[in-house]
Design a protein around this ligand. Structure first.
Ligand code: PHE
Ligand code: FE
Length: 291
């Protein structure tokens, strides 16, 4: 959800009006009805079954430690008690996608905006906008991990800075979010595992990202990612693989301002393209093909 897009606010009767609601709202937990809790439970069970052996260890463990379960939509207040203890992060309820600067400022303050509403039953397999299931099930667990928690805050600070540098810098940074926070893969015990929220919250993409012969799996490379366009309307054509969250933190520690300047004006790399010096991973293994 890094890239503010025009969204159709589905919760007003104003019709299809693009809206950014910027305020923080209390999670209206008592207003969820049985269908909402069932939607959560159905998606939760389905994804947990798929993600065993596919998601990274940190993700699956954190959901258990936080007490997420298929029984009911979690209460943000209860999750915040656990999360605050672990890493100092807090969830804040929002209506949906935020303008970029607001989003960055929340992250920089270790606040993660979570959409309060959940998709309707007929949208169970696909919804274009991030809803509670994507934000909460997908993004929140890794905030329990100290390193990933620091990465997200650093990203927020970097976003505030990039916002002052112009549209191209922001685009470079948004691609980094896309290919890590949303669609990242990590190597664990020699196998590719998922950590990106956009993958773990999608049944189809959880399988596609790891088992389909179609997508490329390329070793993480900061500037390569900053130059790579992405698809928002289909499964990804390329996934970038980190060795560890430690690697992600180290690689993103340098000041990006000179990098943005160097990349300015360069053409984007198409999402499906493999470059000669990409480190390409063999499908189904965590072994980069270095030969
Ligand atoms: N080092 C980056 C900068 O100077 C900040 C950043 C850290 C951005 C981590 C993204 C992720 O802009
Ligand atoms: Fe997201």
């Amino acid at each position: 959800m890094s890239t503010p897009r025009r969204v159709e606010n589905l919760h007003t009767d104003k019709g299809k009006v693009p809206v950014y609601a910027t305020g923080i709202v209390e999670q209206p937990w008592d207003d969820y009805d049985a269908a909402d809790h069932t939607t959560w439970g159905t998606l939760y069970r389905r994804q947990r079954a798929l993600l065993a052996g596919r998601a990274c260890d940190e993700f699956l463990q954190a959901q258990d430690v936080m007490g997420m379960s298929p029984q009911a939509i979690p209460r943000y207040r209860e999750l915040n008690a656990v999360l605050g203890q672990a890493t100092g992060w807090q969830l804040v309820g929002v209506e949906g996608l935020l303008p970029e600067l607001d989003f960055f400022q929340h992250l920089a303050a270790r606040r993660f905006p979570v959409t309060w509403w959940i998709r309707r039953p007929e949208q169970i397999d696909y919804i274009a906008e991030p809803d509670l299931f994507h934000d909460l099930f997908g993004h929140v667990p890794l905030l329990m991990d100290p390193m990933f928690a620091d990465y997200m805050q650093a990203y927020g600070r970097g976003g505030v800075k990039a916002h002052g540098l112009g549209a191209e810098a922001l685009q470079n940074l948004a691609r980094l979010y896309w290919y890590t926070v949303e669609f990242g893969l990590v190597r664990q015990r020699g196998e590719l595992r998922i950590y990106g929220a956009g993958i773990v919250s999608s049944g189809g993409e959880s399988v596609h990202a790891l088992e389909s012969a179609a997508p490329n799996h390329v070793g993480f490379d900061l500037e390569r990612i900053m130059r790579t366009g992405y698809r928002i309307d289909s499964y990804q054509e390329t996934y970038f693989v980190i060795d560890s969250f430690e690697q992600l933190i180290q690689a993103t520690r340098p000041d990006f301002a000179p990098i943005y300047a160097r990349l300015a004006g360069l053409p984007a790399i198409a999402p499906g393209l493999v470059l000669a010096d990409d480190r390409v991973f063999q499908r189904g293994t965590g072994n980069g093909d270095d030969a």
